[in-house]
Design a protein around this ligand. Structure first.
Ligand SMILES: Nc1nc2c(ncn2[C@@H]2O[C@H](COP(=O)(O)OP(=O)(O)OP(=O)(O)O)[C@@H](O)[C@H]2O)c(=O)[nH]1
Length: 318
């Protein structure tokens, strides 16, 4: 058998399709969870706190008939800092590059002004991708509420001048209709070759994923304001020298960057209890990601106003 992926249709082989999809929706709508569920492995961080996805993490779904590259963008919000402006630019740019945008409307919340703002921004794009509406978290509501929700989503077409190719209820939590979502997204892709080798689930640099896992662990149990002020920087990551081949160890040196001394205190916690727990939680996740034991060295650094300082933003990869 040849390794080449044929893009030519033939009698016994369906046309191979490939392309890029991006999930958009209000904060906490379930975009990351759905991405993970579609990809079947943990590549985008999920959290019960809004606005925690900062990087365009791609999950790659490889099937015999298609390859779908999922791009997970940060949420759009009113630009109050240079960071938010850059994030919004990144979102618009991503939308104009993908084949399909799937707009996510959680079934346990009414379609509201925030959703209309988002869909309006999509309607205004010069190059508009094909649009799909997903009624996520369908497990949280009964059939009557779900039906009303679908009607609310449908009504946006006329109101805002967009066209949904499909409206699909689904739940990333129970897995209901997740395969249907994948099938529909694939059906909207153009014929094309696979972009990535089979078995690859993400092309995010490993360091970015490791930083995201540390951020996720650090955000567990902290109050509202801190998530926006926290970034994680990997200072160094390398296999420990002199280890036997069958007992490798990876050293990870990372800094949790906050904006104020008071936040540094919160991150470290009473007698260092918090940072210790973050280290334990993050190390477990990183070991699962890398498949090797890890030594994690965490510290907290204060960079005053890093969100509004271009030099800091550049350094932290925004
Ligand atoms: N019951 C239920 N909960 C869900 C479902 N999908 C996501 N959640 C929960 O909703 C919360 C937010 O999910 P995320 O996937 O992080 O949401 P997001 O849209 O990526 O959030 P941002 O990164 O803030 O934009 C988490 O607590 C999830 O566990 C679902 O299908 N059903």
């Amino acid at each position: 058998m040849s390794d080449d992926v044929s893009t030519e249709p033939s009698a016994d082989q369906p046309t191979f399709r490939s392309g890029f999809v991006c999930f958009v929706g209000r904060p906490n709508a379930g975009k990351s969870t759905l991405t993970n569920s579609l990809v079947g492995s943990k590549v985008a961080i999920t959290s019960s706190k809004p606005q925690t996805t900062r990087h365009a993490v791609r999950g790659i779904i490889s099937r015999p008939d298609a390859q779908l590259v999922v791009i997970d963008t940060p949420g759009l919000s009113k630009p109050r800092s240079l960071l938010q402006e850059r994030l919004n630019d990144l979102v618009h740019q991503t939308w104009s590059e993908v084949d399909v945008v799937a707009v996510v409307f959680p079934a346990n919340q009414h379609v509201g002004p925030g959703d209309e703002y988002l869909v309006g921004e999509l309607a205004a794009l010069a190059r508009r991708p094909r649009l799909v509406a997903l009624a996520t978290k369908s497990d949280l509501v009964g059939p009557d509420r779900l039906a009303k929700h679908l009607v609310e989503i449908d009504a946006l077409q006329e109101k805002l001048g967009v066209r949904w190719e499909h409206i699909i209820p689904c739940s990333a939590m129970t897995g209901a209709q997740v395969d249907e979502v994948a099938d529909v997204l694939v059906s909207l892709l153009e014929p094309g070759p696979a972009y990535y080798p089979d078995g690859e689930i993400t092309d995010e640099p490993t360091e970015t994923l490791v930083a995201e896992l540390i951020r996720e662990a650090a955000l567990e149990g902290v109050h509202d304001e801190l998530p926006h002020s926290l970034a994680v920087e990997i200072d160094e990551m390398r296999p420990r020298e002199g280890r036997p081949a069958d007992h490798p160890l990876v050293d990870v040196f990372a800094s949790m960057v906050v904006e104020r001394d008071s936040q540094k205190g919160i991150m470290i916690g009473h007698k260092g209890e918090r940072i210790k727990q973050v280290g334990i939680d993050a190390r477990r996740q990183i070991e699962a990601l890398l498949g090797t034991p890890v030594h994690l060295d965490l510290k907290v650094k204060v960079l005053k106003q890093w969100q509004s300082d271009p030099r800091h933003l550049n350094r932290l990869g925004f």
